[in-house]
Ligand binder design. Sequence first.
Ligand SMILES: *Cc1c(COP(=O)(O)O)cnc(C)c1O
Length: 364
Amino acid sequence: MEDATVLDFEFEAHPNPVSAEVLAETLANPGFGKALTDHMVVIRYSDEKGWHRPTVEPHAPILINPACAVLHYAQEIFEGLKAYRLPDGGAALFRPEANARRFNDSAERMAMPKMPEELFLASLEEMVKADQGWIPEIEGGSLYLRPFMFASETFLGVKPASEFTYMVIASPAGAYFKGAESVTLWASEHYTRAAPGGTGAAKCGGNYAASLVAQAEAIREGCHQVVFLDAAERRWVEELGGMNVMFVFEDGSIQTPPLGGTILPGITRDSLLTLARDAGITVREERYGIDQWKADAESGKLREAFACGTAAVVTSIGKVRGRDFEFTIGNQGPGLVAQKLKSDLVAIQRGRAPDPHGWVKRLF
Ligand SMILES: *Cc1c(COP(=O)(O)O)cnc(C)c1O
C-alpha cells in the first residue's frame, strides 16, 4: 500500500486545447456548468494499492465496464467549490479544507475510502494550475471545481467496492440563476429529500437523483426550485435540492434549520452564519415550520428568506407555493440582509476584503 499523503502528479498536456477565440467567447458568457476546461485530474484507489497514480490529463470521456459498480448501486460522492481570481492576478480557493473534510464525511457514510486531506487539496491546486486560463474575468466569474469519486470496480455483487476512481473536472461559471432577482419555491408535499439515518448529510449523487422528480414538479408548477420539508412530520423546512435556507426576522435575527443528519452542512451556510455573528446579528439554528413561515411572512414578522450555496452564493426567496397555499416574502425582491451578507462574503472570497478567519487559500 503506497499510503502517500501527497503523490507526484504526472501531467499530460491536452494535445488540442480550446482555441483562444472560443475560450474568450466562452469566458465572456460562461453560464453554469456548460463549458468544461481542457484538463482533468484522475487518482486511482484500490484496496491493495491505496491511492495511487495521480494524473492531470486531457479532459476526455472515460471508458468504464457496463458492470461498473457505480452504474448499478450509485456509490458516488462529490464536492463543489470555486477558484477565484485575486486582485493581484493570483488565484485562490475558499475554505477548501472544509470541502476536504466534508468529502471524507460523505465517503464514510457511503462506505468509500477516505482521501488524505493534503491529496485532495493538491488535486485542486493541480487542476487550477493546469487550467487557470479558464477563470472568467467577468464580474461574479469563477472557475467551478467538481471533485468526485465513484466505485469503479467491475462487479455486480452488492458490497462496498474495492476500487474507486477520483476525478476533478472544472467549468467556468458566471451567475447561477440568470437574471432572477429572487426565486419562487415549490414546497413539495409528496416528496422528501432525506430521512433520519439516511444520506441527507452526505454529498452524494443519489440525493440529487431522488430530488429531481420534485424539482421537475416545481418547474411544472411555475417555480424555480423545490424546498423540502422533513420526512417524519412533513412540517419542518429543511433545505432546497442543492442549497441551504435562511430566514431574517423584523428584529434583525437570522434563523436556519439545524444540522442533524438530514441537511447538507453547507460551507456557505457556515460562512454566512459566522459573518452574521461577527456583525453582532443574533443567529439561531432552530427548526422552522412551513405554517410558521407562512404566518410570519403574512404578518411581516419575517422580512427575508434566502437560499445559499457555493453555486449561487445567496439567492433571495420571493414567493413560496404549495398545493393549497401561496405566500410572498417582503417586497419579493432581493433582501437587504441577504445582499449585505452576500457582498461581505464575496469580497472575502475574491480577496477584496480582510480575511479574519483565514478562509482564503491562495494557490499562486
Ligand atoms: C452542496 C449542497 C449545499 C451547499 O453547500 P455549500 O458548501 O455551501 O456549497 C446545500 N445543500 C445541498 C443538498 C448540497 O448538495
